[in-house]
Ligand binder design. Structure first.
Ligand SMILES: Nc1ncnc2c1ncn2[C@@H]1O[C@H](COP(=O)(O)OP(=O)(O)OP(=O)(O)O)[C@@H](O)[C@H]1O
Ligand SMILES: Cc1ncc(COP(=O)(O)O)c(N)n1
Length: 274
């Protein structure tokens, strides 16, 4: 069977734990055909982002039209956009209907602490989002108040619906989550248009959390491409990320926040989990 096409519009992570590289791994693990539009090249590893080389907005548009002319996606996710000009180019494409089933991951700051995007760029894209997936820090930056507890996350998800996103998931897994928040498990808040629900999963105690948000939004887009309704796609993505975190729990790749086990390698033969 010909696999459905899923597109990621994001930055390149040379360490391949997040960004375009993580997204394409998720799509491959889901047996989907992944395509990519690169918005910026980053020089980064598991410890830090050392450099950012932005791709000009015209080149972003050229990549999008090259794909939509010949390899049109069934679903799309956006990650790091970098500049407002790039966000504007992507929102023009979204407005023209070229980016269906759009999942917007409003990437602002990397796990290692580097600024990767700006709020007013993200705001241009949110009105076209089928799903927006901010973490607590991103929700706080967009809304202008500190989102911390599960109750805050639920309130924030409802408020973020006013940006135009049809569904909003505020994720609770920030790498520096305090002991109190992780004791609740991994809690995400989902706004569905007609109500709020808290999604709870087991908390995985690990340093290897680089790329959780990228992988989560990519898996949602992947399931939308396969025809899932949004709440089912979100539930799948949450479970996928939890498994990928567990699989990589014992991995020693780099000395900072290492990547996830996107392909279930540890699950199959135990490699890396000892
Ligand atoms: N340690 C963990 N254990 C279980 N689930 C987790 C953990 N960390 C993150 N998650 C889950 O991963 C998904 C992505 O959430 P997260 O808040 O980590 O995104 P993010 O902060 O945008 O990620 P990134 O690190 O890529 O910036 C959510 O479903 C969240 O609950
Ligand atoms: C190119 C790119 N995109 C996104 C992230 C965010 O991921 P994380 O918060 O896990 O560092 C990143 N570090 N690099």
């Amino acid at each position: 069977m010909t696999p459905p096409i899923v597109l990621t519009v994001a930055g390149s992570d040379s360490g391949a734990g997040a960004g375009i590289q993580a997204d394409l791994k998720v799509f491959a693990a889901m047996r989907l055909y992944g395509t990519s539009v690169i918005t910026a090249i980053t020089a980064q590893n598991t410890r830090d982002v050392r450099g950012i080389f932005p791709v000009p907005a015209e080149m972003v548009t050229e990549q999008i039209t090259a794909l939509t002319d010949d390899l049109p996606p069934v679903a799309v996710k956006t990650g790091m956009l970098g500049s407002t000009a790039v966000a504007e180019a992507v929102s023009v494409a979204a407005r023209s209907g070229l980016l269906p089933n759009l999942v917007v991951d409003p990437v602002l700051i990397s796990t290692s602490g580097r600024q990767l995007g700006v709020v007013n760029a993200i705001e241009r894209l949110l009105p076209y989002a089928m799903v927006a997936t901010p973490n607590r820090a991103e929700a706080s930056a967009i809304l202008g108040w500190t989102v911390s507890t599960p109750d805050d996350m639920a309130k924030a998800a409802g408020q973020l619906a006013a940006t135009g996103a049809r569904y909003v998931v505020v994720t609770g897994g920030d790498a520096d989550a305090d002991a109190e928040s992780s004791a609740d498990g991994a809690v995400d808040a989902l706004w569905t248009g007609d109500g709020l629900r808290l999604l709870r999963g087991p908390w995985v105690d690990t340093r290897n959390t680089h790329g959780t948000g990228c992988s989560f939004s990519a898996a949602i887009a992947g399931r939308l491409a396969l025809g899932d309704a949004v709440p089912d796609a979100v539930a799948f993505a949450k479970e996928y990320v939890a498994r990928a975190l567990l699989g990589a729990q014992g991995w020693e790749l780099g000395s900072g926040h290492g990547p996830l086990d996107h392909h279930g390698w540890s699950g199959r033969d135990g490699r890396g989990s000892e």
